[in-house]
Design a binder for this molecule. Structure first.
Ligand SMILES: [Zn+2]
Length: 146
């Protein structure tokens, strides 16, 4: 596995090997500021939310790390979906500063106008996820087209 990744030691070997396969394939997308990416697997995330059932990413730019947490839904996906999911999560690392700033601005806005803050917050999250997913899909399609 690319040395930038640090796999959670409790992950079953076959699942760890599968996650390494996808993470390694897209390690080139990790921004240069990010020095370590912790890879976690948690089987049971059945929240009914399609996105969070597959994977989630948390970043800490101050300390130069990110954590990608894969969930059981990832294992049920096709190869194509796993590739898109992995690229999607890695892209969140690059875009974390912008979305973190936006989320803080939405919180600040709540002190002035709660309903506007709620509306802007929902739109910001939806548009951010759409953009990340569009980029992930485009990258995987470009890869397929050589
Ligand atoms: Zn996302």
């Amino acid at each position: 596995m690319n040395p930038i990744y640090q796999m959670n030691p409790g992950v079953q070997p076959d699942i760890a090997a599968l996650l390494a396969l996808y993470c390694d394939r897209y390690a080139w997308l990790i921004p240069s500021w990010c020095q370590r990416v912790f890879v976690r697997f948690e089987e049971s995330q059945a929240s009914g939310n399609e996105t969070t059932d597959i994977a989630t990413t948390v970043t800490n730019k101050t300390y130069r790390w990110a954590t990608i947490r894969f969930h059981g839904g990832f294992l049920a996906d096709s190869d194509l979906e796993r590739r898109i999911d992995t690229v999607h999560e890695i892209l969140h690392i690059s875009l974390s500063s912008a979305i973190d700033y936006g989320r803080q601005a939405v919180k600040d806005l709540a002190a002035v106008n709660q309903s506007l803050s709620d509306h802007v917050g929902q739109q910001l999250c939806a548009l951010h996820e759409q953009g990340v997913q569009d980029l992930a899909y485009a990258i995987v399609k470009a890869e397929e087209n050589g």
